[in-house]
Design a binder for this molecule. Structure first.
Ligand code: IVH
Length: 702
């Protein structure tokens, strides 16, 4: 082929791609097509033909590549550039007020302005772009949230989502002021129409329908068949923009504008406000709009607009302090309860569950709901056969809110006697003074072991895939695993023998056997879990009151299991958010010889018992400060040294780039300059506060 015809083809291909991208954007993002589907198809076909003739010119970001794609092989796990956090929730005006008050307190002299966005009921997604040809950016990776730290790479599937640009031209990048390498985070949703269609198709194929659009979207993103994903019509609404793992240094409003300029779909419903009254109004109007949106939302997300204010507010363990989700109140339905079932958790806690006639509530079928605790059942005088109001809000586990009693709904007639023995091992269940629940205190209770091993393997803990309820049941009932440490002594022979044994006795319901491939996989997963680190191990120990957040704090503070085990109550309580109740529980836990033995056992097996200490980042990291006047306590040199060791810089003159001016007595012209440029001015006390306050987790990950 002659060079000219190749060059011509190349030129035409570029033209077609640009044109098709423009129409995709108009159609899928703007909902405003300017050509017919047929015209679109004609352009697409021409491009397909040219690419077929010139396979060397085919690129992954070509509009023809949305539907193609080889099926994914299982999903690669990839660490997020910075953790994908969750949001704190509020359910009432009062909680909103509390948050606003806290924000203002912490913001000090910095501006407090809020943006409002809809809380889309889907899954968060991270999209990574890198440098493409001619100064453009191209999509290289799409990651699910996963456990927040590590996501699953679902790029092939994401490529089929039409509202996700596969490439962005140099011109658009320039217009938005964004470099070629960046990351966008947003929410993947399945529109209600697409959901209905999917369920119709599934039913026609004799498959069980998906429960709600959110589950359907989650399932679809993880489908191994990209062409199926393409048919399902997912949408991604973008809300964050990052470069090198940092939020771009512009406010939320500007971020949404930049995302729009880049060609992403940004939800059109957004607001900006200053007061709780305005927020409440926004919530009310969002609630009214809810039914007509065409996709599910479960609340409103408020974010502090200004980046500088956000930086000062920082993070708690799992969520930014600068954002809050106001959740719409739960949906309710009435149904009859035909029984109460008691299960035993890993802490030995007896948990009552209401068995209900199936009812549709909050977007899902509900046939079980939590009944709180023994105390609640007693207080309410709950009877079997009662009609109850079930409540379900978003992802919350359904719960029984109250007993209904009227002409249509007579009271039940069977009194429920709360068991005083453990339903699993039959030993006495104990309810301690002031406690709402009964507990099985038999340390050898199989339920405790089952629960402990399941917890150990779960995603948020040691993340051992394949260690679900049924496998754990097989492992523990056959006596192969008597403690979590025994997992690390498993090998192919033991698991094969276990499988044989189980098969000989007949595989029971809820019991899982392992084939040769599964055995290899499980052993590999167990091996990998050795490196999970101290925080995860602590969560795996099921120490009372020690959840994810506390485990993280403890791991950070003490750095090793040995130091933690030997810490006094006083030392423990020095850690953030650890009070006497938690420190007591920790000390009690380590005082038990069986627990110390378990830790020794795990150590010998090679399970890592240390945490990499995060670099101490304070809120001053990366900021430039200017000192002026005489500070009451700190000398100039001291102040400078402390700011620098906290990662900040000290400069001699005030400019627009100055983050703060620290003013003391007899401050001079620098103070005037700061006022003129509207640079925030702090006194020594405020500076000291900033120096002390460490930014948690999200800055560095763990
Ligand atoms: S901001 C710090 N904005 O809600 C990261 N999240 O409950 C929080 N969500 O995991 C993300 N709509 O999946 C943000 N407009 C919105 C959102 C939104 C839905 C989801 C997101 C997040 C979850 C937290």
């Amino acid at each position: 082929m002659s060079e000219t015809s190749k060059a011509q083809a190349e030129k035409r291909i570029e033209e077609l791609r640009t044109e098709l991208r423009r129409h995709e954007h108009l159609y899928y993002v703007m909902d405003a097509p300017v050509i017919s589907d047929q015209e679109y198809d004609t352009l697409m076909n021409e491009l397909k033909k040219l690419e077929m003739e010139h396979p060397e010119l085919l690129t992954e970001d070509s509009p023809t590549q949305r539907v193609g794609g080889k099926p994914a092989e299982g999903f690669q796990k990839v660490r997020h550039s910075r953790p994908m956090l969750s949001l704190d929730n509020a359910y009432s005006e009062e909680e909103l007020r509390d948050w606003d008050r806290r924000v203002r307190e912490l913001a000090g002299s910095l501006p407090v302005e809020y943006t409002a966005e809809l809380k889309l009921d889907g899954l968060s997604l991270a999209l990574h772009y890198e440098a493409g040809p001619h100064g453009s950016a191209r999509l290289v990776r799409g990651l699910t949230r996963g456990d927040g730290q590590i996501g699953e790479e679902v790029t092939t599937n994401v490529r089929t989502i039409r509202s996700v640009p596969l490439s962005i031209s140099a011109e658009h990048l320039k217009k938005a002021g964004v470099p070629q390498e960046f990351e966008v985070r947003g929410e993947t949703v399945m529109p209600q129409k697409a959901f209905e269609k999917m369920n119709k198709d599934r039913e026609a194929e004799g498959l069980a329908p998906a429960v709600n659009p959110r589950n359907a979207a989650a399932g679809t993103l993880r489908t191994k068949e990209p062409s199926v994903v393409a048919q399902r019509r997912l949408d991604v609404y973008a809300y964050f923009l990052l470069t090198q793992g940092e939020y771009v240094a512009i406010g939320q409003e500007q971020t949404l504008d930049a995302l729009t300029a880049l060609g992403f779909r940004v939800n059109p419903h957004r607001g900006r406000m200053h007061t709780v009254e305005e927020m409440m109004q926004y919530i009310e109007s969002a609630g009214k709009r809810r039914a007509t949106l065409g996709y599910d939302i479960d609340g409103v997300v408020f974010k502090v607009n200004a980046q500088a204010t956000r930086q000062r507010l920082g993070y708690t363990g799992r969520a930014p302090r600068w954002a809050l989700a106001y959740k719409f109140s739960a949906e309710q339905a009435i149904t009859q309860m035909y029984d109460i079932m008691i299960s035993v958790g890993r802490s030995g806690k007896l948990t009552p569950t209401a068995m209900l006639n199936t009812v549709f509530v909050g977007g899902a079928n509900v046939s079980r709901a939590t009944l709180h605790n023994a105390d609640w059942i007693e207080r309410m005088g709950l009877k079997i056969g009662d009609w109850v109001k079930v409540e379900r809000g978003g992802d919350v586990i359904p719960k029984v809110a109250e007993i209904v009693e009227d002409a249509e709904h007579p009271r039940g007639d069977r009194t429920f006697v709360y068991p005083k023995v453990c339903p699993i091992c039959g030993s006495a269940a104990v309810r301690e003074e002031g406690e709402a629940d009964y507990r099985c205190v038999n340390v050898d209770c199989p339920a405790l072991l089952q629960g402990a091993v399941e917890n150990w393997g779960s995603r948020g803990v040691m993340n051992i895939e394949g260690l679900g309820e049924a496998s754990v049941y097989a492992l523990t009932t056959q006596g192969v695993v008597k403690s979590v440490a025994d997992l690390y002594a498993l090998n192919e022979e033991k698991l094969a023998a276990l499988t044989e044994e189980v098969e000989r006795n007949g595989v029971k319901k809820r019991q899982r056997v392992f084939g040769p491939v599964e055995i290899k996989k499980l052993l590999k997963q167990i091996e990998n879990s050795k490196h999970a680190g101290l925080a995860r191990v602590l969560m795996g120990m099921s120490i009372r009151f020690v959840g994810e957040r506390t485990a993280d704090v403890l791991a950070q503070e003490f750095g090793s299991m040995d130091d933690l085990m030997n810490a006094s109550a006083e030392e423990l309580e020095r850690a953030e958010e650890v009070g006497p109740r938690i420190s007591r529980a920790i000390i009690d836990f380590f005082a038990r010889p069986a627990n110390r033995e378990l830790i020794e056992h795990l150590k010998r097996a090679g399970v890592k018992m240390t945490a990499e200490k995060k670099q101490r980042t304070t809120q001053l990291a990366g900021m430039t400060l200017v000192l002026t006047g005489t500070l009451p306590n700190l000398s100039r040199e001291e102040a400078k040294a402390r700011i620098e060791s906290a990662g900040g810089k000290v400069s001699g003159s005030v400019s627009k780039k100055t983050s703060y001016v620290i003013a003391g007595e007899e401050a001079g012209s620098k103070l005037d300059k700061a006022q003129e440029l509207k640079v925030p001015i702090l006194d020594e006390a405020e500076l000291l506060k900033l120096l002390e306050k460490e930014v948690q987790g999200p800055e560095t990950g763990d």
